[in-house]
Design a protein around this ligand. Sequence first.
Ligand SMILES: [Zn+2]
Length: 261
Amino acid sequence: MHCYPDRRSALLAGAAVAAGALTAACGTATAPKAPASAAATPTAAGPAPAAAAPGPRRFAGQPVEIGHGSRDRPRIALTFHGNGDPATGRAVLAEAERAGARVTVLAIGTWLDEHPDMARRVLDGGHELGNHTQRHLAINSMPEEEAYAEITGCAQRLRRLTGSIGTWFRPSQTQYATPLVQELAQRAGYPHVLSYDVDSLDFTSPGAAAVIRNVTGTIHAGSVVSLHFGYADTVDAMPPLLEELARRQLRAVTTTELLTP
Ligand SMILES: [Zn+2]
């Protein structure tokens, strides 16, 4: 690993984000594309995707809120907030695939509305797709009805695009869900809530070197790493990060693989 681009100006923008202002605001001018439905079988709900994506599962012995997998096996899960310029998401996925890694993408509903083709892109790469709320607001402090609508709004979009509500739910703007949000996620069909134990802080745009340090400094077997689509540092960090994980013989697998005994 040598040097990485300095992104001081981005760091300033990141400060507001770190203060809790992270929203689904990372838009682009790219026009939305229609989802691929070439091999679709028509249904009452319209054209179905080529194959229904896997749905949520209950993992015996795991708590409702999962922050990591087994510490005894050399595997980790890279999990991404799905938002922002789809070019960064595509670049992250391409780097992961080049290294034989599988990742988990928690998509924001409004992002799926703008870029419906990303749902299939994630699944086609052998990755996992999940729910990261409809608008990425501070879900823990919302009234019950509104919080539930945030979960089901994104779930409906996932179901329409992929045939399932996705394998995981991760709450927005928080590492941990309140007991109410956990209950609402379960009511919406997700037996677990996906937290994480390693925070890359990539959304603060600290430079790719810092993103790599944040991850490699705290990761160990079983870790679930929080990362984000939509940031250049994350794209730059991926190849050296994946190289370092390989050097440590930590295999990047989907969250379901991480938790499957
Ligand atoms: Zn997020």
